[in-house]
Design a binder for this molecule. Structure first.
Ligand SMILES: Cc1cc2nc3c(=O)[nH]c(=O)nc-3n(C[C@H](O)[C@H](O)[C@H](O)COP(=O)(O)OP(=O)(O)OC[C@H]3O[C@@H](n4cnc5c(N)ncnc54)[C@H](O)[C@@H]3O)c2cc1C
Length: 334
């Protein structure tokens, strides 16, 4: 008698959840482990209490674009379901999650077995199965997916899959300091998006003006890779005033004190812009599947530095796993 195939997925960002959704559509169930307290990954949304209001900040990805027909189709569905909306301030092709950037991830996770707040401490091959250790608990799966950033894949897979780990270890992601500042009155910057390529602050956005937000005077300010690298080891306490001063200097506006300010350091924010996915690429160009050891990897580091790339990578891996499953006969479980 056949038993259903079990798939364990480490990482519940865009790549991991897309892989899980696409597997489910093919009748293959999975369990996803994510160390984060809730959906987000690098599409994170942070909420703070400000007086009697809750204010949100998208402090990771600011928006995303859709160029591949498959991703465009999914975006249209998400839009119809109210999970994403266009954000014209960032460009005619820009989409954002509603009410926060993490909304599409929350939406996907809704129909899946996701274990939030659960770090995979190690993975190892035990006979024909994969073991995922989370604290004192061991979970077993027929197939395993690593959908974590390259630098974390390099560590997680170092013993279990050294070749994939070496490939991941070769990736050098850029860091990004992101400042989240709330003001008690409008500041004197007319545009909701400030872009200044090549400057220490290449991007700042009035988060509260995004569709579906609270309308607060809240800003997300990002440091360039160069600037963020130079101040990488400074504390958030140092970073907040430094980056605010830098922004006001860049836009030529007198500095204003925020009523709340926090900074988040993304040590591995964005992978280099290589291997951008194009329609018609082989699945194996943007995801890894090793059928001999039943292990796969997906994520932006395999497909390009964008939300859409992570989607395409996760989708490609699900297809590779489905092909693998349909080509084998599963033995009954003892
Ligand atoms: C500051 C910033 C700005 C960006 N701006 C844009 C933009 O404007 N447009 C755009 O398209 N893209 C942007 N990006 C890039 C985009 O966010 C990423 O390419 C995409 O979200 C990557 O998805 P992923 O699933 O590959 O990885 P992630 O989103 O990083 O997901 C990986 C998940 O793995 C989990 N994890 C890691 N290790 C473990 C473990 N051991 N056990 C359990 N869970 C684990 C993490 O918690 C995380 O949720 C930006 C990123 C950052 C950080």
């Amino acid at each position: 008698m056949n038993r259903p195939v079990s798939v364990g997925i480490v990482g519940g960002g865009m790549a991991g959840l897309t892989c899980a959704v696409q597997l489910a559509q093919r009748g293959i169930a999975s369990t996803i482990f994510d160390k984060g307290r809730g959906p987000g990954g690098r599409m994170a949304t942070r909420r703070i209490a400000a007086g009697n209001r809750e204010i949100s900040f998208d402090h990771g990805a600011q928006y995303f674009t859709a160029r591949d027909p498959a991703f465009i189709a999914v975006c249209r569905t998400w839009q119809a379901e109210g999970v994403i909306a266009p954000w014209p301030a960032a460009g005619s092709e820009a989409w954002i999650g509603v009410p926060g950037m993490n909304a599409p991830l929350r939406h996907m996770a809704g129909g899946l077995d996701v274990r939030w707040g659960t770090r995979a401490d190690s993975v190892s091959r035990e006979g024909a199965l994969w073991q995922v250790r989370t604290g004192d608990t061991a979970h077993y799966f027929d197939r395993l997916v690593a959908a974590v950033p390259a630098e974390q894949a390099a560590v997680l897979l170092a013993d279990a899959a050294p070749e994939i780990a070496r490939r991941a270890a070769a990736v050098r992601s850029d860091p990004c300091w992101a400042v989240m500042a709330l003001f008690d009155q409008p500041i004197d910057i007319a545009a909701d998006v400030v872009r200044d390529d090549g400057a220490p602050i290449p991007w700042a956005a009035r988060n509260g003006a995004k569709p579906g937000r609270e309308g607060a005077e809240s800003w997300v300010i990002q440091g360039s890779p160069k600037y963020s690298s130079e101040v990488l080891e400074r504390t958030p306490r140092d970073i907040c005033p430094m980056m605010l001063a830098q922004l006001f200097d860049q836009v030529g506006v007198a500095p204003v004190e925020p009523v709340h300010c926090a900074a988040h350091r993304w040590r591995y924010a964005r992978v280099p812009a290589v291997a951008e996915p194009e329609t018609g690429q082989d699945l194996g160009d943007i995801a890894i599947w090793n059928g001999e050891i039943a292990l796969g990897a997906a994520g932006d580091w395999l497909a390009g530095p964008r939300v859409e790339s992570a989607f395409l990578s996760g989708r490609a891996l699900a297809e590779l796993i489905a092909q693998d499953v349909s080509s084998r006969f599963m033995e009954p479980q003892e």
